[in-house]
Design a protein around this ligand. Structure first.
Ligand SMILES: Cc1cc2nc3c(=O)[nH]c(=O)nc-3n(C[C@H](O)[C@H](O)[C@H](O)COP(=O)(O)OP(=O)(O)OC[C@H]3O[C@@H](n4cnc5c(N)ncnc54)[C@H](O)[C@@H]3O)c2cc1C
Length: 414
């Protein structure tokens, strides 16, 4: 592991999760001196059984990970392409089906273990001479002055930079230190994750059933098993977590139905509290927030890390443009360009996932009838479905250069 020896940088990124590590790789193309402060010891790529934390990575995010040189470092045997998606409502017969062939793409997403992505990014960082990985280190205080920002780490080290990026997740210390408020809406739900075997093949398809107590997804894994994400109201989640394996599998089969036949065996389970949260501002003088430090969405649409990767790609473009033009990369004026570019898009996705969560959580009969009709009508209008698919796959919208397969520093192909 590279240790910090220098204490003066252009950019300090706090948090080497998928989002922060991607930004570091994207900026490494320049001459900027970059430090990444991470409070855990980054793990190596998983090799044995699958990790419980997996993400649906969109084709758009794949282009970004490829552009920063990390995609090829992910063990492709552990990457499962998702060609189709089936979504249906437990409170009626409404259903919708998405097929990547309808938008001329080979896949809608890829299911990958978070640690496999993160390990590929860290490996990439370690090969960049202008990036120092400082870990395990924790941020204590941040002081912003006119032209510099100073971070004091909990071990007493001081680091100076032109700009500090908070990529330190939902409980961001950078956000707190900057005094940026967060609007939080608790869902009173937990997402239970586990790896299960199914009698029938998952057919490289993501399956999601909306129950009134929360959505239940079966995501395909490369070894033929499925990773489940069962978002359940907290009381129900506590009961499910207390079950032994046989009781849990029985509850799972009842909740999901028999589309994949019997669910045979389960791994250990883990649970994550769910919330929707949005920072009032993404930037301040010499400070910017990206990824879950700026916004947290319900996992039902599998968008959290994908939004964060777009944040990272946009911020990289803004910083590299400013640096190339000889401007101050930490000035508020510069950073506001990033905020203007990303905040509206993230807010729209927060609203969509929140709306879906509430719509499907409503068990009133009239609402259920309209909801099921809506699903069927949407399913029958192909152009509307295609528009949804392209947007959710990260292929539409105001995309930064990296997400369009271009170099982060210019409009030339990589
Ligand atoms: C059950 C579940 C399923 C999900 N499925 C999907 C999915 O399919 N697709 C998708 O796109 N999203 C999904 N998400 C959302 C996704 O996991 C998050 O959006 C994503 O992990 C956010 O990445 P991040 O790098 O911004 O933050 P994090 O992953 O939280 O990383 C933050 C990093 O900062 C470090 N850190 C924190 N504090 C400090 C500090 N003070 N000093 C130094 N380092 C610090 C942490 O150790 C960590 O490495 C899911 C979420 C859940 C809960």
């Amino acid at each position: 592991m590279t240790r910090s020896t220098n204490t003066d940088y252009d950019v300090v990124i706090v948090g080497a999760g998928i989002v922060g590590a991607t930004l570091a790789c994207a900026l490494a193309i320049s001459k900027l001196r970059i430090a990444v402060v991470e409070h855990t010891q980054p793990l190596s790529a998983p090799t044995g059984d699958y990790d419980l934390r997996v993400s649906a990575i969109t084709p758009g995010s794949r282009v970004i990970l490829d552009g920063v040189g990390a995609w090829s470092g992910i063990d492709q045997e552990r990457v499962c392409p998702v060609e189709q998606m089936h979504v249906w409502d437990a409170g009626g017969a409404g259903a919708i089906h998405f097929d990547s062939a309808d938008i001329g793409e080979p896949n809608l997403a890829y299911i990958i273990e978070n640690n496999a992505i993160r390990a590929a990014l860290i490996e990439r960082i370690e090969r960049c001479s202008n990036v120092q990985l400082c870990c395990p280190r924790d941020v204590d205080t941040i002081d912003v002055a006119d032209s510099r920002v100073t971070l004091r780490l909990t071990d007493g080290t001081q680091i100076g930079a032109s700009v500090v990026i908070g990529a330190d997740g939902p409980r961001s210390r950078v956000r707190q230190q900057a005094g940026i408020d967060l609007t939080v809406w608790g869902y009173a739900q937990q997402a239970i994750v586990a790896t299960v075997t199914t009698e029938k093949s998952h057919k490289n398809t993501a399956w999601q059933r909306f129950l009134s107590t929360g959505p239940l997804a079966f995501l395909p894994l490369a070894d033929g098993r499925c990773s489940i994400v069962w978002s359940a109201d907290s009381e129900q989640a506590d009961i499910l977590l207390a079950h032994d394996d046989a009781q849990f599998l029985e509850a799972l089969a009842t909740a999901f139905g028999d589309r994949l036949g019997a669910v045979g065996a389960t791994s250990a389970r883990a649970a994550f509290p769910l919330q929707r949260a949005h920072a009032k501002r993404y930037v301040d003088s010499r400070i910017a927030l990206i990824g879950d430090a700026a916004h947290t969405v319900h996992p039902l649409a599998g968008q959290g890390v994908n939004l964060g990767l777009l944040d990272a790609a946009v911020l990289a473009e803004v910083l590299l443009d400013a640096d190339g033009a000889g401007r101050d990369i930490g000035s508020l004026r510069m950073l506001r360009r990033y905020e203007r570019w990303r905040k509206g898009d993230n807010l729209a996705m927060l609203a969509v996932t929140d709306g879906l969560k509430r719509l499907f959580g409503n068990s009133m009969e009239a609402v259920a009838r309209v909801r099921n009709l809506g699903l069927d009508v949407t399913d029958s209008i192909q152009p509307v479905k295609n528009m949804f698919m392209r947007r959710a796959a990260g292929l539409n919208g105001d995309l930064p250069r990296l997400a369009r397969g271009l170099s982060a520093v210019s409009a030339e192909p990589r």
